[in-house]
Design a binder for this molecule. Structure first.
Ligand SMILES: CC(=O)N[C@H]1[C@@H](OP(=O)(O)OP(=O)(O)OC[C@H]2O[C@@H](n3ccc(=O)[nH]c3=O)[C@H](O)[C@@H]2O)O[C@H](CO)[C@@H](O)[C@@H]1O[C@H](C)C(=O)N[C@@H](C)C(=O)N[C@H](CCC(=O)O)C(=O)O
Ligand SMILES: Nc1ncnc2c1ncn2[C@@H]1O[C@H](COP(=O)(O)OP(=O)(O)OP(=O)(O)O)[C@@H](O)[C@H]1O
Length: 488
């Protein structure tokens, strides 16, 4: 592709030949190859401009900069100067990958909580309508049954555009993305127009350090999404909704439990039967539905309302598809229920510190289980305080703790377990120790009683166990299936 064909829809000055052929766009000098364009991004720890010389030495044909360079650039290398290289990277990537958004339904979800869950729900509804869907978010880039890990919830613009093109090549017709405030701030979504933008909720988070200066900046960054979508839906029960969507040109569809919501939820109550631990609610207004969601926590009624609002803009989505999809939607490894043919509930969750463990156990307590059983371990070569705290939290909130291994790394499992026991000892919680994780899962299942909720905490979506520098394959879903089939 010619350089000039990548420089569309933004201002620049150039020194050199705009007809230069560009084989790829790179923003990490270590990955530069001959014929590529290197975009210099200013980061938190480094500045890509520093590596421009090395990029040229490796054969870059063009540099995209916002600052002046401190070396003589060879005449056969084009230098493009812009105000903001992150913005330029996004717009160049859109051109390079041929505007993938034009070939997909696109939904972007922003908010402090619920992005990952709502993304999974929207994707499940599309899939129920036969619309193959890819997602981008905290879980990585997911499509066609495969997960490609990313460093960020909202990855760098180049990765987003490339992933969308890959999704199209794999037959996807829709893409749902988590739009983090940092992603919006750093122009990772710049130049895109989404079919639908969704606001879930807003609270104090991501302030300080490398994130946001203050709450006002955090809110402002979230609001940026609503400058770039055709339709918008927002949670009317969250007072921030008006500020967040103030730049949206059009009328915002509101959802929530308030009487004046366009999609109004009502009669929400926790649902716990046949192993199902979720929430039931009904809707009126733009849709009259009776919905069961199999993800614990009343707040999932909000996530489901957000998902219903999102798909309401697409004519081919029928009400029954929504109802069926929400009944089975799940987020891998996050309070994920694994069906078992017994009268107890088995849940896999990624909680691997005291705070997340407290959140999930307190949510599950609301279902009044016969017993709440928590199986967990703690990582080796990590701060010991985490082990004490996890022991104490499980001891306080569980009827039985089953203490086991979890990525022991270079430490002895039994030493880690001793530390967990120190935390447990601060409570009067009952516990047993089963050092091998497979055996511990079997112990939980063999000893389950009707009405129990068992949480296998720590692994979540991970499918390995890390011991002495080796990552051994270990997927808890497979272990559960083996146990159910009498193989373990
Ligand atoms: C603080 C922050 O946002 N950092 C992001 C930033 O990295 P950075 O600023 O540290 O980059 P840097 O190391 O200073 O390097 C600057 C540039 O020089 C380049 N470089 C560097 C070294 C070299 O030898 N050659 C070279 O070319 C780098 O490739 C980069 O382009 O740019 C990277 C590429 O886009 C991001 O992956 C990285 O996100 C880090 C992993 C991160 O933790 N970000 C968090 C704060 C974040 O973005 N979180 C949000 C919100 C999550 C939520 O809501 O839950 C998210 O979307 O993930
Ligand atoms: N709508 C909601 N309101 C309040 N809390 C929620 C809501 N949805 C989820 N949560 C809580 O937040 C946790 C994270 O949910 P989820 O991963 O869907 O959100 P997220 O926005 O992607 O968050 P993060 O950026 O922290 O990953 C859940 O385990 C749950 O405890």
């Amino acid at each position: 592709m010619k350089l000039k064909d990548l420089l569309i829809n933004f201002e620049y000055t150039v020194q050199g030949n705009l007809d230069t052929e560009i084989s790829d766009i790179i923003y990490d000098s270590r990955k530069v190859e001959k014929g590529t364009a290197f975009v210099c991004l200013k980061g938190y720890t480094s500045d890509g401009h520093r590596y421009a010389k090395s990029a040229v030495e490796k054969g870059a044909s063009a540099l995209v900069i916002s600052d002046s360079l401190d070396f003589e650039v060879p005449s056969d290398v084009a230098v493009v100067k812009v105000d903001d290289t992150r913005y330029a990277l996004s717009l160049m990537s859109i051109e390079f990958f041929g505007h993938p958004e034009d070939e997909l339904y696109t939904v972007a979800i922003t908010g402090t909580k619920g992005k990952t869950t709502t993304t999974a729900m929207v994707a499940e509804i599309f899939e129920h309508a036969g619309i193959k869907t890819g997602t981008i978010g905290t879980l990585g880039v997911v499509y066609g049954g495969e997960t490609h890990k990313t460093d960020n919830t909202t990855p760098e613009s180049y990765i987003i555009q490339k992933s969308m093109r890959d999704m199209i090549n794999a037959g996807c017709k829709a893409m749902v993305i988590e739009a983090s405030s940092i992603g919006l701030k750093h122009s990772r979504l710049a130049g895109m127009t989404f079919d639908v933008g969704i606001f879930t909720n807003f609270s104090d988070d991501h302030i300080g350090g490398v994130e946001h200066k203050d709450l006002a900046e955090y809110l402002y960054c979230k609001s940026l999404l609503f400058r770039q979508c055709k339709f918008a839906a927002a949670n009317i029960d969250d007072p921030a909704w008006k500020d967040i969507t103030k730049d949206f040109k059009g009328s915002v569809l509101t959802y929530g439990f308030a009487d004046n919501a366009d999609l109004k939820g009502k009669n929400a109550h926790l649902l716990s039967e046949n192993g199902f631990v979720g929430v039931h609610f009904e809707t009126e207004g733009i849709k009259n539905l009776s919905v069961d969601v199999d993800i614990p926590g009343k707040f999932n009624a909000y996530n489901a309302l957000a998902a219903i609002s999102a798909v309401s803009f697409f004519d081919e989505i029928e009400d029954q598809m929504i109802i069926d999809a929400l009944k089975v939607a799940k987020v891998k490894g996050r309070v994920e229920r694994v069906p078992v043919p017994y009268n107890y509930t088995l849940i896999i969750d990624y909680a691997h510190n005291a705070l997340s463990m407290e959140n999930v156990l307190e949510t599950l307590r609301q279902y009044n289980p016969h017993r709440l059983i928590t199986m967990f371990g703690a990582g080796g070569n990590r701060p010991k305080v985490r082990r004490y705290e996890m022991g104490e939290t499980s001891g306080r909130l569980s009827d039985l703790s089953v203490v086991t291994e979890d990525n022991s790394r270079f430490e002895d499992v039994m030493d880690i377990i001793e530390d967990i026991k120190t935390g447990l000892a601060k409570t009067d919680g009952k516990y047993v120790v089963v050092p091998n994780r497979r055996d511990a899962i079997k112990y939980c299942m063999d000893n389950a009683e009707d009405g129990d909720i068992i949480v296998l905490a720590g692994k979540g979506h991970e499918d390995y166990q890390e011991i002495k520098g080796v990552k051994y394959h270990m997927d808890e879903r497979e272990i559960i299936a083996d146990i159910l089939n009498g193989k373990s």
